[in-house]
Design a protein around this ligand. Structure first.
Ligand code: PLP
Length: 395
């Protein structure tokens, strides 16, 4: 057998640390490594495999589309792209969709659209307010949008026009707003920043402020959208509507795809102002259509609410047993536990040893983002492994 990890070291550019496991095959919520070991996957390709691994509906759509048409240029009309746009519009408050290839690209597109809107309708306003501990992707501009110094410092100078402010503070948004502001861009719950859940009225307050100032609200639903929080989109739970919304991660259940969506009055691009070679290609759009249709037709969001509630309850019980768990938070199937010490990586390793994949989102916190199709039995299994892994820690 090849030593893949040695080969990786030799040939692959290092940009981050990996868990020392080589994954080769997946099915549902299970994944196997090259030694044949089975794991319960509560990472799901980073909240991506919404239907689990290799779901029959996804495989069928990909296989059929691969045999039919994979790529054209966007000079031509293609059917899966239009079907996906229709599906997203008919099931959201947004009116138009643009399909791209990743989350960072979706946020870039959203920011470009907001700037274009600012230049045409808001006297040239261009500045975007974003939050500390946010995550909007790794392009240069999205590094400036992402309010985390560790991602920004290596790449100074960063593109101008972003103001990072405290999350969950309407005051901070108000103070940062000037005549140059064209939009506020926020995650409904901050995912990469540590599963940070804002106060119940935060998004509504920001929405009201944006309305008062005539500026746009961009919701980055790349992690929270497509059912992850128990509704198709997170904004539904906060009684507000964004002007622009970005999607990616769970949209294609594993294929690289992103999208930004907007209200009609915000769609100010004219031909030539934005584009992409691969964006919206038939293969990825067919996969996304199959994913979103499956979620809607099978009421997967109800499952997310039910299993999410059960999972949260189980984690709360775990906290009673292990008081060094200081917080249980999140919604639907985007959950986290925080510890009073930095044992995240040790716990990840212990879970791995016991057959469960989790994410160490911060040195002192674990994040869980299982496929949306799991049941209570997978939660029980995961909790058993967590319990076993935590039992080695001194209170
Ligand atoms: C993951 C993520 C992104 C970036 O997506 P990529 O596909 O990695 O570029 C942007 N915003 C949020 C909220 C995310 O969770």
């Amino acid at each position: 057998m090849n030593n893949w990890q040695e080969l990786e070291k030799k040939y692959y550019m290092k940009t981050g640390n990996r868990v020392p496991v080589t994954l080769v095959r997946g099915e549902g919520a299970r994944i196997w490594d090259d030694a044949g070991r089975e794991y319960l996957d509560f990472v799901s390709g980073w909240a991506v495999n919404s239907l689990g691994h290799c779901h029959p509906a996804l495989v069928k759509a990909l296989t059929e589309q691969a045999k039919t048409l994979v790529q054209t240029s966007n000079q031509f009309y293609t059917i899966p792209q239009i079907q996906l746009a229709q599906l997203l519009v008919e099931n959201s408050c947004l009116d138009k969709v643009y399909v791209c290839n990743s989350g960072a690209e979706a946020c870039e597109g959203a920011v470009k659209l907001a700037r274009r809107y600012g230049s045409l309708k808001l006297n040239g306003a261009y500045e975007i307010i974003t939050a500390f501990n946010s995550f909007h992707g790794r392009t240069l501009a999205m590094t400036a949008a992402t309010g985390q110094v560790k991602f920004q410092v290596p790449y100074i100078p960063l593109p101008l026009g972003f103001k990072n402010v405290e999350y969950n503070s309407i005051e901070a948004v108000r103070e940062a707003t000037t005549e140059h502001t064209c939009a506020v861009m926020l995650e409904p719950i901050q995912g990469e920043g540590g599963v940070n859940v804002p106060d119940e009225d935060y998004l509504a307050s920001v929405r009201a402020w944006c309305d008062e100032k005539g500026i746009l609200l961009i919701l980055d639903e790349i992690q929270t959208g497509i059912g992850r929080l128990g509704t198709l989109f997170a904004y539904e739970q906060y009684g507000i509507e964004p002007d622009i919304m970005t999607l990616a991660k769970g949209l294609g259940s594993g294929v690289p795809i992103g999208a930004f969506t907007a209200k009609d009055e915000v769609c100010v691009f004219v031909p030539g102002e934005h584009g992409s070679t691969f964006g919206g290609n038939p293969l990825t759009c067919a996969a996304a259509c199959a994913t979103v249709s499956f979620i809607i037709e099978n009421d997967i969001t109800a499952n997310v609410r039910k299993v999410g509630q059960y999972f949260t309850g189980s984690l709360n019980n775990l906290q009673k047993k292990y008081p060094f768990i200081t917080d249980v938070r999140g919604r639907g199937l985007l959950l986290a536990i925080e510890f009073d010490r930095e044992i995240g990586q040790d716990m990840l390793n212990a879970c791995l040893e016991n057959g469960l994949l989790v994410n160490c989102v911060k040195p002192d916190a674990l994040r869980f983002m299982p496929p949306l199709i799991i049941g209570n039995s997978e939660v029980d299994e995961a909790l058993g492994i967590l319990d076993k892994s935590l039992s080695g820690i001194d209170s």
